[in-house]
Write a protein that binds this ligand. Structure first.
Ligand code: HEM
Length: 561
């Protein structure tokens, strides 16, 4: 019986299979056709946007490492408001400064960071100001922002100068290595002559991997500055050397998770997931130890002298800071008072986040400035001459105290051209070129309905270029920052640290001080040059992870006499 049934099926199955196959193919074809029609119809109405393919839309045209550049190219083609289709979800891409400003002002009620970004930080126990929203954000912002006021940052001058001098030493080592590489690649004199006539003469070499990259030096110094500022200054002995490396791993894991299409770490942990968790645990333990040590200092009355740079953690753990007649000090005291209502857990999450937000951005900015110098030798020469003429003998000084005494003024005022270089690099090579937001309610944009949950991407560079109030917006001209009016400066500067909105970067004064000292005291001692490269060389290009930077720069440092 069993057999006969099988046999019966065997005899009718081919006919049924063919019929079913034809029906399913026809159904699929009809479904695809109607999807394609509705897709075409959708593309016609509403905002313009690049054509995509059925079902996936523009998804396959997006490369996770270079997508800001891709979106920017489209923004020039399709205008300041356009849309892309990400596998059925419509994303709105903005480079209209007014619309961007309006949306930023409407945070956190109407727009917020994407749910994915928030969960990535929460799952790694690094949740804090940057990843929080609404009242959570307000509470953190109230005690963190005053801790980065210009006055408090100015007290860290000596510490930053110390790291700028260390950076100079490290860059000198790179310059020596670059010289060796240069002489190997382009040998002169006897070597070339002796190679003439040889059958397989190997006179010129090129392998960019041999050029020692300098980014890690900027990253190490920027990390050291922010860790010192946050909690480590004066307590260095409590910071294990592997902590810095660990924090870099945490950032790499955050990058990876933000880009990952599937949250695999929720199901199984890879070695890098485990490393990141270990690193977060270690930072937490270090902060615990330092907090305990501060508490003991406080009990034993060993509070540091006035003028001493209190770390962020120290300021928070002393209930009262500074003099009552100083507005900034009163703000700091209020900030400490607000923080005293938080648990150490909440403070720790924020400290880790401040480090993450502060080191990569600054290091990448330094990297991009070097590239700008290499591409603009005339700008570089003018920068050298400004630093040489103002610093004179101090240009080669290695004394932190002499230099701290010299820099009693704001370096952005003392060195206006160098400040212009920094701002111009931020304008043309921004490290935070875009941000993504999710709408928390149904909205209407330019007459178009956007349902709750729509993703909006802000493209800051084309927005800033579109609204540039000075001439030649695509050219690298630091002098525009000196020659412009205050109003023009305000328009040009608004994008780099997060437009003018309540969430403007609280670390901007520290980042500016750091970049200025790194440029004046370290980079000014070198000529940054593009290494000659063959036509087949990979061109320099911006790539984004958590933040963006120029890669494949192929530069060398030549120590100045
Ligand atoms: C060149 C260096 C830097 C650049 C270009 C930069 C840029 C930005 C931008 C564009 C935002 C706005 C994000 C938003 O709108 O949600 C931001 C926020 C933030 N930045 Fe920076 N930043 C830099 C350095 C720093 C430093 C040194 C610190 C450390 C103190 C820091 C800490 C933060 C924090 C905590 C936030 C979140 C603020 C909030 O959501 O209220 N940044 N930064």
């Amino acid at each position: 019986m069993y057999f006969s049934l099988n046999a019966h099926f065997a005899s009718v199955t081919p006919n049924i299979t063919v019929a079913l196959g034809v029906v399913s193919l026809a159904t699929a074809a009809i479904a695809l056709l109607s999807y394609w029609r509705s897709f075409k119809k959708q593309s016609k109405k509403g905002f313009p946007g690049p054509p995509g393919i059925p079902i996936l839309g523009n998804l396959l045209q997006i490369n996770t490492n270079t997508f800001p550049l891709q979106l920017e190219q489209w923004s020039w083609e399709y205008g300041p408001i356009f849309k892309i289709n990400m596998a059925g979800a419509e994303w709105i891409i903005l480079s209209d400064p007014d619309v961007i400003n309006q949306q930023l002002k409407e945070r956190p009620n109407r727009y917020s960071h994407t749910t994915k970004l928030i969960s990535v930080f929460q799952e790694l126990r690094t949740h804090g100001l940057f990843s929080s929203e609404a009242s959570d954000w307000k509470q953190s912002r109230q005690w963190i922002a005053p801790q980065f006021s210009p006055g408090k940052v100015a007290r860290s001058k000596s510490m930053v100068i110390h790291h700028a001098l260390l950076l100079r030493e490290r860059l000198n080592e790179h310059a020596k290595k670059h010289q060796i590489t240069y002489e190997k690649w382009f040998p002169k004199g006897d070597h070339v002559n002796s190679a003439v006539g040889k059958k397989h003469a190997d006179r010129v070499f090129y392998n960019p991997k041999e050029l020692s990259p300098v980014w890690s030096e900027f990253s190490d110094r920027a990390m050291a500055v922010i860790i010192n500022y946050a909690f480590a200054h004066g307590k260095d002995e409590l910071v294990p050397p592997d902590m810095i490396n660990g924090i870099q791993k945490v950032l790499a894991t955050i990058n990876h998770r933000l880009m990952a299409p599937v949250p695999t770490w929720r199901f199984y942990s890879t070695a890098s997931d485990r490393d990141a968790n270990k690193a977060v645990k270690l930072v937490n333990e270090v902060i615990d130890d330092i907090a305990e040590s501060i508490r003991k200092d406080k009990e034993s009355g060993e509070r540091k002298d006035e003028g001493h740079m209190n770390t962020l953690l120290e300021s928070l753990l002393y209930e009262k800071v500074g003099k009552e007649d100083d507005v900034e000090d009163v703000e700091l005291a209020r900030s400490a008072e607000k923080a005293s209502r938080l648990t150490l857990e909440q403070i720790k999450g924020n400290l880790i986040q401040v480090i993450i937000a502060g080191f990569d951005t600054t290091a990448n900015m330094m990297n991009n400035i070097l590239y700008a110098f290499a591409c603009n030798p005339t700008v570089q020469a003018r920068f050298h001459s400004e630093v040489d003429s103002i610093l004179r003998d101090l240009a080669v000084s290695t004394s932190t105290s002499d230099l701290t005494e010299f820099f009693h003024q704001d370096p952005t005022v003392q060195f206006p051209y160098t400040y212009g270089v920094m701002r111009e690099s931020m304008r043309l090579y921004p490290v935070a070129p875009l941000q993504m937001f999710e709408s928390n309610e149904d909205t209407v944009l330019d007459g178009h309905f956007m349902p709750k949950g729509t993703i909006t991407v802000h493209l800051y560079r084309p927005a800033s270029l579109r609204s540039c109030p000075t001439g030649d917006p695509f050219e690298f001209k630091p002098e525009r920052w000196i020659e412009c009016t205050d109003e023009e400066k305000h328009v040009m500067a608004q994008d780099a640290f997060g437009f003018v909105c309540p969430r403007i970067c609280p670390g901007r004064h520290l980042a500016t001080l750091e970049i200025m000292f790194f440029l004046i005291l370290s980079v000014s001692r070198f000529n940054v040059q593009l290494m000659p490269s063959p036509p087949s060389a990979t061109p320099a290009r911006e790539r984004v992870q958590f933040t963006s930077m120029v890669e494949d720069m192929n530069i060398r440092l030549v120590a100045r006499k």
